[in-house]
Every structure is written in structure tokens, then in C-alpha cells.
Design a protein around this ligand. Structure first.
Ligand code: HEM
Length: 402
């Protein structure tokens, strides 16, 4: 049976084998381990100092996401990110933020995303070789979030620097010196962002614009508005929750196409399958592999008792490969119906940016496949995983174009 030790390593007690789940090798392909855990220990206790639980099966993960009465979202994380709040505070913040996150905004963003995608591809295609992640998926996702917030193009380099600083927070769940450094950098970024955002808010109050910031300032529910710290926290959350995950989705699609050329050929013959192909990438290589919860009371799950206050990681990436729910779960099938994946979460915290992420992926991948008739991997080395531990996908993906 596999167990996770305090250093994030899996011990196979029968075969005396150690596997570090945060090693590049496992984070690149965690699926064989997930399968073993779903059958042997769908709810697994990890001994101290981690002293928490991992849930691997679909029903268990969905229950943890859905049952917000039993599983709180308050976890060790920045306090002003509304993803980590519970009702009634979460309900108030979500209602206010939803006022700003409208269908109208999506419609307005579409031509803009097309322009950004075209410009980035113009530059990459001219070189005949590109790093799909760093030259395309990452800058596209950053520029979309920056534009949506209302940050002008001349400040995008600064926004990228802030993003990198915010993202580092999620690199080091193991603690130690790296985590301390990440916390330090996050505080520096917050200090720099504060006067920048104050100035932007001042400008929007004087002259409202058609951007997310203006709508967040104006949003009002039952006479309540968002505070400055809530807006700042929301923008920081967008970097971790919206930007890194969306670029991982777009990159993971290319990983899937390289690994499954028959499915790419099918998509080229039947481009109307693009939306269903994106859903399958979300299931097969879920960008957000796990989220965090804290039980408010003792919970019984799979014959185990999860103590109140322990950290619980519902493993979305494993749930989406559960053969009890998905036929041939390890097969990448762009025609899969039904596909009830939970890559965007479930319940009251389900992703507020799912429609935007889907639209961005559809535009980027359609554009790329239309302009690049053939592409192949330009490296013999296995790809290096993203740094944020909960995000699944390559940090670089060199490809040759023809
Ligand atoms: C493929 C891309 C994306 C994936 C896989 C993803 C996944 C998720 C998941 C799993 C959750 C639930 C977290 C939980 O239950 O604790 C979530 C929440 C959230 N996502 Fe996304 N997300 C993506 C893109 C985006 C984008 C583009 C945005 C915004 C622009 C965004 C904003 C948010 C926010 C604000 C929440 C918190 C909602 C709440 O707590 O009520 N996400 N996302």
C-alpha cells in the first residue's frame, strides 16, 4: 500500500519503494499512482508534520467540494482571497464579483483575445520553432487577465513581474526556506501593487471605463460594495486561479495532441469537435490538480475518520480519471459523451472564470491549428512540470512548425 510521508514522498510498503509525489517525474504523470490510491486508499492520511488527508475518488472529491457545511474553504492562505472564505462572507463577495463578471464582458473580450493570439502567433511562426508555453500560452493568458482588469499595455511587463511573485506563493507547500522567501516576495509585490491599484481606482472613479476594475468599484449588492483590500485580493487571486491554469489548459491540449496524433487528425477533419476536445483535455490532464479544504467536524469517509481542522486535499486530477464515472478513463477521446469532469470544481466555489477559460482555449487552439499545419516536439527531453504544485502542465514545450 502506498503512503505519503512528511516530505511528500510515497512509500510502497510492499515493495519498499519511495516515490516523491512532488518530483518532476510524478507531477508529469501522476495517473498510475492515482489509480493505485483510488483502489487501495481513496482517503489517505499523511502523517505529521503534514498531518492531512488526500481524497482520490470522484464521489469523495465531489462530496468535499459540494458539502461546504462540513468542509470549510478557510485554509492557510492569503486572508483577502475570497476563494478561501465561507458563507455568509463568500456569498456576499461572490455576488458582488459576479456583478462584474458578466456575459457582456466575455463578448467584449472575444475580439481582443483574437488580436492578442494573432499577434503572438505572428511572431512565433516567423521563427519556425517556438516554445509553445513561454512564447504563446503564458503571455496570452497574462495579457488577457491584464487587459480584463484594465492594465495598459505599457505596464504589462510590470504586471508579469508581479504575477511571477504572486505565483511563487503556490510553489512551496512543503514549507522551509523557499516558502519563507515566497512569502517575503508576495509581501513586496503587495506593497508595490497597493499604490498602483489605488491610483487606478482613483482614475476609474473620476472617469469610468469598460473594464473589470470599473465594474468591481461600481458593483453593489444590498447597499454593500467591495473594499480596497477585497479588490486587491481578487486581482492577486486571478493571477493564481485564472492565469496559470488557463495557460496550462492551452499547453496541455498540445501535449495531448502530440501524444495522441489520431485524435489531432480527427480534430483537424472535424473542427466542430473543438469544444468537446477542450472538455476532454480538462478531464484528462486537469490544470488544477487539487484544492484545499478544512473539515469543521469529524468526517467519515471510506471507513476512515478525518479529524476536524485537518488539511484535506480533494484530488481533482484523480477524480477525473475515476473509472467508476468515466468509461476507459485513461483513454484520451475528444468525442467523449458524457464528460461530467469537475476540472472547474463543484458547488459554491465552482470556477467563476470557466467560460472565459473555455473561450480563450477555443480561440488560441483554433488559431494555432489553422495556421500551423504540422508541428512536432523539438526536444527529446521529458517536459518539466509547472512550478505551482497544484497546477498540472509543462513549463516549457519547444515545438518545430511546418
Ligand atoms: C482552465 C482554467 C481554469 C481552471 C482549471 C480553473 C479551476 C478552478 C477550480 C477547480 C476552482 C474551485 C476552487 C475551490 O473549490 O476551492 C476555481 C475557482 C475560481 N476560479 Fe478558476 N479555473 C480556471 C480559470 C479561471 C479564470 C480564467 C478565472 C478568472 C479570470 C478564474 C477565477 C476563479 C475564481 C475567482 C475562483 C473562486 C470562486 C469562488 O471561490 O467562489 N478561474 N477555478
Amino acid at each position: 500500500m502506498l503512503r505519503l510521508n512528511s516530505a511528500g514522498a510515497w512509500t510502497n510498503l510492499q515493495h519498499v519503494r519511495m516515490v516523491n509525489i512532488f518530483s518532476d517525474e510524478v507531477r508529469r504523470e501522476p495517473y498510475a499512482i492515482y489509480e493505485q490510491m483510488r483502489t487501495q486508499a481513496p482517503a489517505l492520511h499523511v502523517p505529521p508534520p503534514f498531518d492531512g488527508w488526500l481524497i482520490f475518488d470522484y464521489e469523495g472529491v465531489k462530496r468535499a467540494l459540494n458539502d461546504h457545511e462540513a468542509f470549510s474553504s478557510a485554509v492557510p492562505a492569503p486572508p483577502n482571497w475570497f476563494i478561501f472564505t465561507d458563507p455568509p462572507e463568500h456569498s456576499k463577495l461572490r455576488a458582488l464579483i459576479s456583478r462584474a463578471f458578466t456575459l457582456r464582458m466575455l463578448v467584449d473580450m472575444e475580439p481582443l483575445i483574437r488580436d492578442l493570439s494573432r499577434d503572438l502567433l505572428d511572431r512565433a511562426i516567423a521563427r519556425e520553432e517556438m516554445d509553445f508555453v513561454q512564447d504563446f500560452a503564458v503571455p496570452l493568458a497574462i495579457q488577457v487577465i491584464a487587459t480584463m482588469i484594465g492594465i495598459p499595455a505599457q505596464d504589462w511587463a510590470q504586471f508579469k513581474r508581479w504575477s511571477d511573485g504572486i505565483l511563487k506563493l503556490s510553489y512551496s507547500r512543503n514549507g522551509g526556506a523557499e516558502a519563507e522567501e515566497a512569502g517575503c516576495e508576495f509581501r513586496c509585490v503587495t506593497t508595490e501593487m497597493t499604490p498602483y491599484l489605488e491610483k487606478m481606482i482613483h482614475e476609474r472613479r473620476a472617469a469610468p471605463r469598460n473594464d473589470l476594475l470599473t465594474r468591481l468599484i461600481e458593483a453593489e449588492v444590498d447597499g454593500e460594495r467591495l473594499s480596497f483590500h477585497e479588490i486587491l485580493g481578487f486581482f492577486q487571486l486571478l493571477v493564481v486561479g485564472g492565469q496559470d491554469t488557463t495557460s496550462a489548459l492551452i499547453s496541455n491540449a498540445i501535449v495531448c495532441f502530440l501524444d495522441h496524433p489520431d485524435q489531432l487528425a480527427l480534430l483537424r477533419r472535424s473542427p466542430e469537435l473543438m469544444s468537446s476536445a477542450i472538455e476532454e483535455v480538462l478531464r484528462y490532464r486537469s490544470p488544477f490538480q487539487w484544492v484545499m479544504r478544512t473539515p469543521r467536524r469529524e468526517i467519515e469517509m471510506h471507513g476512515k475518520t478525518i479529524g476536524a481542522g485537518k488539511l484535506v486535499l480533494p484530488m481533482i486530477g484523480s477524480a477525473n480519471r475515476d473509472p467508476k464515472i468515466f468509461k476507459d478513463a485513461d483513454r484520451f477521446d475528444i468525442t467523449r459523451i458524457p464528460n461530467p469532469h469537475i476540472a472547474f470544481g463543484h458547488g459554491i466555489h465552482s470556477c467563476i472564470g470557466a467560460a472565459l477559460a473555455r473561450m480563450e482555449a477555443r480561440i488560441a487552439l483554433t488559431d494555432f491549428l489553422a495556421r500551423v499545419k504540422r508541428f512536432e516536439c523539438a526536444s527529446n527531453e521529458a517536459w518539466e512540470p509547472r512550478k505551482a504544485l497544484h497546477v498540472h502542465g509543462p513549463s516549457r514545450l519547444p515545438i518545430r512548425l511546418s
